[in-house]
Design a protein around this ligand. Structure first.
Ligand code: SF4
Length: 657
């Protein structure tokens, strides 16, 4: 495919689409390189070219940290060129499909408006499975055959990454490869393999390139594995179908985050986006052991950035982007061993300036009021958000989120007495062995929060917003064997809760109630724990017009169910089989050949502990950052270790130049 820019073909059509600026590119800190940058930079050898995609609209995709980091890491090499592409909205899709006298306008990158089909590699980052139909749409618009098996020598190698890639089986027919874990080093390793293969004049064609990637044991190439099914529909075995291909593919873990302080040149969006701030990841991984949390399980062990690197990244990011808000990112930011020093150091540095700090995720037990005060010293005092996740103490024991009701009340009392008026609480509905009573306990908790807030502040304008999401069991977690609650039961439980809250005249007006219906969760459940047979369902949905399934206004449950009816016909399995069915130990799970490092027996033992906790047992898995290792398997399997402080160091004031 020719690599010429399609911008001239697009330009006259831009006024007819919504937010045309999102397709224009040229953001501050974006990079445009020569198509033959290896040659022009004098490096020599072939150029390796990546198109990177976050498969959602620009407003969601641009702030994505993962894509921004890889974009920068790749472009730092003068023999690699990386450009970005995002999902186009339906109005733009129509324009592109109508095309002009040259034919349809292909999926293009926003940096140079080159056709995605002209690149060597097309990398997609999936943080949610609901982006799969957007991938098919992008492939089709790009003129790349949907099925990996139909791709020719000149088509890009399509590679999936991100958390959803820990079970890429539902998209196994559409991707050439998948990578698990941290992307920084592996994208460079892949680029090296491609460079060498191109330099040798592409021996053995596409098949040989994929073989070279697969034999590393670090890159999963689905076509090199056969899946056999038993008569009852379950998987009998997944085995390599040629010599030299490993039985299991391992995840990647980046050690020493201080050596990788990206993004160093944050992209500044041209159009409005979901996050308008500069984010610094202060640590990666989480070992709190919440059983529902896939992110916590697959990103082990914890690796902290040092206080100095955090300070340098914040300073550099603000200077290069002009953002006024800095978010300190991680799965549970207040758990950084030196979060107090980080917060104080940054608040001191930026006192009196326009820079404000935010801490997006906070555990109830890691929160203290000094910390909250530091974060609000220079900015707005926005609401505080906590995530007890389970409404009752019993449920919190089942999920291993050991936050007691008294802890929560104590914490919110401190917050309300220090001037906060608004607290948000996150919960899940549909957890294993949950009953109506467990969900109704959310109402009692919210009422106690309001009552305490009124008592300590002496005011009546105290608010508590309860936000509830449906629980979806995820691969590589102790709940991977659990039955998902069907959407009717989820909706009914939430209706009961809403009625109980509304009927209470004393508290109803002070409690906000936000929840989503249970249907999208069932589709997410199907895609999360699906196998290769689910690929036909995804394709049917896309052919039936499915796009942007993460957006409620575009999502259609009926379309998914009708597609599942057709796509799974003759397989002996259906949506319930994938979602609302509990699995047993012996069942071969679709992702069992993909190694996240977690030991299967440890996961199973933890699942049994959850069931025992549901029956009243008092078993807590503590955090291995502060207690001895409990052998989840990750560190010995991956050759990694926990990297945490405290270092005892402090942030020095910035010197004025
Ligand atoms: S192997 Fe041990 S130290 Fe490493 S993450 Fe698992 S429990 Fe923690």
């Amino acid at each position: 495919m020719r690599a010429e820019s399609v911008f001239v073909r697009l330009e006259s059509r831009l006024p007819s689409v919504q937010k045309p600026i999102q397709y224009v590119g040229g953001e501050l800190n974006s990079v445009v390189k020569d198509w033959d940058c290896a040659e022009t930079s004098g490096t020599g050898g072939p150029t390796v070219r990546w198109a990177l995609m976050y498969p959602d609209a620009y407003e969601v995709g641009l702030p994505n940290q993962g894509v921004q980091i890889l974009y920068e890491v790749l472009n730092e090499r003068d023999w690699i060129l990386a450009e970005r592409t995002y999902s186009v909205w339906p109005d733009m899709e129509k324009v592109m499909r109508e095309g002009d006298e040259l034919g349809p306008i292909p999926q293009f990158t926003v940096d140079s408006h080159r056709p995605v089909g002209a690149f060597d590699l097309f990398g997609l980052s999936f943080s949610t499975e609901l982006g799969y139909t957007n991938m098919l749409n992008a492939l089709d618009l790009a003129g790349i055959p949907l099925h990996a098996a139909d791709r020719g020598e000149d088509d890009p190698v399509v590679i999936a990454g991100g958390h959803a890639a820990f079970n890429p089986e539902p998209v196994a027919d559409f991707v050439d490869a998948a990578v698990l874990g941290d992307g920084e080093e592996v994208v460079l390793a892949i680029s090296e393999v491609v460079r060498e293969w191109k330099a040798e004049d592409r021996p053995g064609g596409r098949e040989e390139l994929l073989r070279r990637l697969a034999v590393t044991g670090n890159i999963y190439v689905p076509r090199f594995y056969d899946v056999a099914y038993a008569a009852d529909g379950s998987i009998e075995a997944v085995v390599p179908n040629r010599p030299g291909i490993p039985f299991r593919v391992r995840k990647h873990t980046l050690m020493d985050l201080d050596q990788w302080p990206y993004p160093q040149n944050p992209l500044v969006p041209l159009a409005e986006t979901v996050h308008e701030r500069f984010s610094v990841e202060i640590f990666r991984g989480c070992t709190r052991g919440c059983r529902f949390c896939q992110a916590g399980m697959i990103t082990r062990p914890v690796r902290e950035r040092s206080i100095e690197t955090i300070g340098d990244m914040v300073e550099n990011g603000i200077r290069k982007s002009g953002f006024e808000e800095v978010g300190l990112l991680s799965l549970s930011s207040a758990d950084h061993t030196e979060i107090g020093e980080v917060a104080k150091g940054l608040a001191d540095r930026y006192e009196g300036s326009n820079v404000s700090l935010s801490l997006p995720s906070t555990r109830v037990d890691a929160f203290n009021i000094t910390l909250a005060n530091e974060f609000s010293r220079n900015g707005r005092r926005s609401g505080l958000t906590f995530a007890p996740e389970g409404g009752s103490e019993r449920m919190r024991k089942v999920i291993n989120k050991m936050v007691s009701e008294d802890d929560l009340i104590r914490t919110v009392a401190t917050a309300y007495s220090h001037g906060w008026r608004q607290v948000k609480l996150y919960f899940m509905c549909g957890l294993p062995r949950e009953t109506d009573e467990d969900v109704l306990a959310i109402a009692d908790l919210a009422k106690r929060v309001i009552a305490k807030g009124r008592e300590v502040s002496g005011r009546n304008d105290i608010r508590c917003t309860v936000s509830i999401g449906g629980f979806v069991p995820k691969p590589h977690t102790p709940f991977q064997w659990a039955a998902q609650l069907d959407h009717e039961a989820t909706d009914e439980r939430l209706r009961l809760l809403r009625d109980v809250v509304r009927q209470d005249k004393k508290y109803a007006r002070a409690i906000g109630f936000r929840y989503h219906d249970g249907k999208p969760g069932i589709v997410e459940g199907l895609l999360s724990r699906g196998d290769r047979r689910v690929g036909r369902v995804i394709e049917e949905v896309w052919r039936d017009g499915g796009r942007f399934d993460g957006w409620s206004e575009h999502f259609s449950y009926d379309r998914w169910m009708a597609a599942a009816e057709r796509g799974l016909a003759g397989t002996g399995v259906d949506v319930d089989w994938y979602t609302t069915r509990e699995r047993d130990y012996d069942e071969v799970l679709p992702w069992e050949h993909l190694d996240s490092g977690l030991d299967k027996d440890w996961l199973w033992g933890d699942w049994e502990d959850a069931l025992a906790a549901a029956d009243g047992a008092d078993i807590e898995v503590e955090d291995c950052r502060w207690t001895p290792c409990y052998d989840c398997g990750v560190c010995p399997e991956m050759g990694t270790e926990i990297q945490v402080g405290p270092t005892g160091r402090q942030l020095l004031p910035l010197s004025v130049v």
